[in-house]
Design a protein around this ligand. Structure first.
Ligand SMILES: [Zn+2]
Length: 615
């Protein structure tokens, strides 16, 4: 080889090295940055799980994978802040029902129900490998059950202290905040002062308070005020979950309830809301029973409904609350979605089932039918209880996020609410494209940068250099939520490429089976290497209360400092890589001596057993 030829070879090798400087390039894209700005044309280069360049790439940039977006929109991956994924990743680690509608991050642990041990759950999810990113709240109901069981009484001091410590530990384990489900036991038994005390622990670590309120109909003003009070007392952000109006007598009230949120913001309180864009809700049948009937275990509840005297009272209460107070013409708004004892009634409403089982459609027959279902093992339900006007009103509010309120759907299982397959697609198809309620860029903002800011995922939810490479490529003309109440088991369409941390989980419309998801830890996370994460005296040696500007770590001597409360991201962006490390050494047992008496129902119980109070 001549000198000249050798030089040429070296040069071409060098340029090859230089040329392969991205992992994936997306070209011919209409880029929507997620911050609400208008789309613009450009290219995106992905390198090492992050967006390396955007707009006009450096000349000569190449990558082994080049995606031609062909004028489709490229947006940040959607962040679904209200989900119930406990236990679901084990069955469906790729989370197909979510990625098929563009969701790349979920926040689970909502409505008061979470994993009891978040550190353990995060480790097992990391070991399993998950298709999308996951963060979690700590559920107040879960914590209370651990300490007190499903009991209708106030806690004694030692119980309050035990619950506070579990909440604090969950924050150190990486929870993003605390959730409540105040229409479900034991949330119904929990008074405001107790919630203030527990939420105070969350505030110390910079977390937020997310709440399924005590009422979403008749007493919604009171319920909003309670949420605001908890946030105000603790100087912490409040997220009102699945904001809605459920009582026919109160349809149209969303204008006033949104005004309450606005007034609170004007007064200096950090409060936002989220919503699923359907006029039906979904939960367990026990929510139709009165408070007193649902205390204790599933067997306790069933025994009460079987007792003739108590059953008569329950039937009376169902009629009174729905017909007399709620203004409903019948229970035809209540559909059974999953009744294990007799699948033939799945998809039927209570009136239809009353006719089938009791040959009658009187109010008494309908309420008795509800009681029959409860004594036969219960069922999950879909309640067509809202008004489209309120749904649109709330969707249009600038600080509303879109969230599914769903777990990972299992194809063919039951007749679940379609939101788990379609929520984000429905926002784009129905409320952006077909009815023009929302501008596309604004709808995307509400699914990306708004939830990212809210839950402190500061390196996500936007398409900017340095941000985590979670993104979606879709054709707005083709996006559709095919899942319906009648036939829910259908994935959304139109999302051709979905990328999570720089890996394609949907490639040209096909699920790749890759699992690039990370655990996203909350602001109080003490990190993977703090073996002695048992520092209970956080007031003195551990975390300094929130108003201080500096925060120290745990007894292990590892020190973390954040400039202000809530911005202590602690390297969370890349933190997922470190989750697998063992940090359970020396941990104190979570259960209080009282709780050890169990067994109490766990929050891994079937859905219908978790939800135990009427709305
Ligand atoms: Zn809820």
């Amino acid at each position: 080889m001549t000198r000249f030829a050798r030089l040429l070879l070296l040069l071409s090798l060098a340029s090859n090295l230089e040329a392969k400087d991205a992992d994936i390039i997306i070209k011919n894209a209409r880029i929507i940055d997620g911050a609400g700005n208008p789309w613009y044309r450009g290219e995106i280069a992905i390198r090492d799980k992050r967006i390396a360049e955007i707009g006009n790439l450096s000349p000569g940039t190449t990558a082994p994978i080049v995606i031609d977006a062909a004028e489709r929109y490229v947006t940040p991956g959607f962040i679904d802040v209200h989900t119930h994924c406990e236990g679901d990743f084990a069955k469906n680690p790729e989370a197909e029902s979510f990625v098929r509608m563009g969701v790349t991050t979920v926040v689970t642990g909502n409505c008061g129900s979470s994993y009891a041990d978040l550190a353990k759950a995060f480790t097992s999810h990391t070991q399993l490998g998950i298709g999308i990113n996951m963060a979690s709240l700590v559920g107040q109901g879960t914590v209370r059950r651990e300490v007190m069981g499903n009991r209708n009484r106030d806690p004694v001091t030692t119980e309050i202290e035990a619950m506070k410590e579990i909440v604090a530990q969950a924050m150190r384990d990486g929870a993003v905040g605390m959730s409540t489900g105040l229409i479900y036991t034991p949330g119904t038994y929990t008074k405001t002062y107790e919630l203030v005390a527990l939420a105070g622990e969350v505030a110390k670590y910079g977390g937020l308070y997310a709440t399924h309120m005590r009422s979403e109909g008749g007493e919604i003003e009171k319920a909003i005020n309670e949420a605001l009070e908890i946030g105000r007392t603790n100087h912490m952000p409040v997220e009102i979950s699945h904001f809605k109006i459920t009582s026919p007598k109160r349809f149209g009230l969303s204008t006033m309830t949104l005004q309450m949120v606005e007034e609170a913001r004007k007064a200096g309180q950090d409060v936002t809301v989220d919503q699923y864009v359907y006029t039906a809700s979904s939960t367990g049948i026990n929510t139709m029973l009165p408070d007193w009937a649902v205390e204790g275990t599933t067997t306790d509840v069933q025994n009460r409904v079987k007792d003739p005297q108590q059953r008569a009272k329950i039937v009376e209460s169902i009629i009174k609350s729905r017909r007399d107070e709620g203004g409903r013409p019948s229970l035809a708004y209540a559909f059974v979605s999953n009744f294990k004892a007799d699948k033939s009634i799945n998809g039927m409403n209570i009136v239809e089932i009353a006719k089938k089982w009791r040959n009658s459609d009187t109010w008494e027959a309908q309420a008795e039918t509800v009681a029959d279902i409860v004594t036969s093992g219960g069922a999950s339900m879909v309640f067509h209880s809202m008004d489209e006007g309120d749904v649109r009103n709330i969707a249009a509010y600038p600080w509303t996020m879109f969230a599914s309120d769903s777990g990972i759907r299992e194809m063919g299982q039951g007749v679940p609410h379609p939101r788990g397959y379609g929520n984000n697609a429905r926002v784009l198809a129905r409320y952006v494209r077909d009815t023009g309620l929302l501008r596309l860029e604004d709808a995307i903002r509400k699914m990306s940068s708004l939830p990212a800011q809210r839950f402190r995922f500061f390196d996500r939810g936007v398409l900017r250099p340095g941000a985590a490479a979670d993104l979606v490529v879709f054709d707005l003309a083709k996006v559709q939520d095919d899942s319906t109440f009648e036939k829910p088991h259908a994935f959304s369409r139109g999302f051709d490429y979905v990328m999570v941390n720089g890996d394609l989980v949907i490639d040209d419309g096909k699920l790749t089976g890759k699992r690039p998801g990370q655990i996203l830890h909350g602001p109080g996370w003490t990190g993977a290497n703090t073996a002695s994460s048992t520092a209970v005296d956080h007031g003195a040696k551990g975390v300094v209360p929130s108003k201080a500007n500096e925060r120290t770590g745990t007894k292990s001597g590892r020190k973390r400092v954040s400039t202000t409360r809530g911005t202590g991201d602690g390297g969370r962006g890349s933190g997922g890589d470190r989750v697998g490390a063992d940090r359970r050494d020396g941990r104190q047992p979570r259960r209080s001596p009282d709780a050890a008496k169990g067994p109490y129902p766990t929050w891994d119980a079937p859905e219908e057993n978790r939800y135990l109070r009427p709305f």
